[in-house]
Design a protein around this ligand. Sequence first.
Ligand code: GLC
Length: 534
Amino acid sequence: MTRTNHYLWWQRGTIYQVYPRSYQDSNDDGVGDLPGIVSRLDYLRWLGIDGVWISPIYPSPMKDFGYDVADYEAIHPLFGTLQDFDRLIAEAHARDIKVILDFVPNHSSDQHRWFVESRSSRTNPKRDWYIWRDPAPGGGPPNNWLSCFGGSAWEFDTRTGQYYYHAFLKEQPDLNWRNPNVVEAMLGVLRFWLDRGVDGFRVDVLWHLIKDDRFIDNPPNEAWREGMDPYQQLVPVHTTDRPEVHDIVHRMRRLFDEFDDRVLIGEIYLPVERLVQYYGGADLAGAHLPFNFQLINASWDARHLAKMIFEYENAIPQGGWPNWVLGNHDQHRIVTRVGPAQARVAAMLLLTLRGTPTMYYGDEIGMHDVPIPRERIQDPFEKNVPGRGLGRDPERTPMQWCAREKAGFTGGEPWLPIADDYREVNVEMERDDPCSMLALYQRLLSLRRGEPALEVGRFEPLDTDGDMLAYIRRGREAESTFLIALNLGARPQGMRVDEPGAIALSTHLDRAGERVDQTLELRADEGVIVRIGR
Ligand code: GLC
């Protein structure tokens, strides 16, 4: 007997990330909101996703657009009310869609009452809820630690004469996860939302939670060159991925296990051998899904991707479930990274690899990064470290729903500009176009659904060369088997096939039903899914 016949929703299903400020505005203030998301649930049902992950919706001064939380147990009025939230859960569940929230445990806003207390005096009971240090012996910051958003990670507080640590903005002080009271309070936050019916959490910067308690300088990164992200000047060995972080992850996981079927996802940017540690060892006591961002960082080359997929498959501990992410609110959009033609191939790759796929809103209609005029820049990262392509506004622009003014996103002035091509690139147009990107995503998701081989089947890499990437997804006996062949090049390429079959789907959406025997010819930038069998 194996347990492997039973798969959970977050193993079979597809996750779709909504950046709430940019999805759908319902009150014309130019910022998306919860009633807006509710009004688009039918669209998400039609598209065929299984869970939506919503970036932070809590009260926040919005210095980092919600990743600076001022109250972990309430809803920002910009997004709506707790009643709107309860309605979102109910309406999503009525459509068989799960709701995943964002949990931001590493830091709060400097406006959070905990930090307001903490900074009020050295003897305040909340002092040790954050990370306070004396100046270095000769004055200045306690050590060389850098903020991910530029400059020192230490901010001097004149009132109490000490520095506090902030891995991100100075308005985002890091909580002290070595303090058991912080751990209890933050687990209480998770319980608050899990009790309210939330189906899971994506945990922000999970690998940052614990820092070295000797406060040793981080070593220089020899590979850093002028012009690169300044944070990369040092190797963050003493500020991230500390061994004790796993105890915290286990605590979170044990809490999740008190509830049915909830999913714990970790945002973790680490090399694969370190990433997979977050599954929590042989007994899988850690995160269900340590987010796998390799498709985001990889060079778009068939040989490289084949190797990367193989190594990831082999690195995951026994029983651990893989996952793949193609885009998010911190990364340039896939269309911009690989071009519109390969973005279709990427969609097929994402939705046919073994493991839970995570899509980013708007990628399904082929949205690209939008250039942001200087006077409209919002992202603090771009403001702090300008002109290096690090800003994240371009991938956060409003969802394009239709060809009407403001793309159907808002009746007001959108908080970020809308792409110039929204009249062609939008949900309404693409829904009626059988060859659109949206049609491709919808077909891919509908083919996946109910095909055990594609949802949970084995992954068998095939030997290919040149720009071809190919693999088999195999279910159990009596279930279909699929061959997936992807041409990552701009020239036609063919491959031998051992078993005959018929094309179930081409990225060009025009070859379904075509028989395949002995050889399979792909056009430039084409991917196909072949159902094996006579
Ligand atoms: C994560 C979020 C990012 C945010 C940062 C600080 O990386 O995805 O948007 O700026 O954490 O919370």
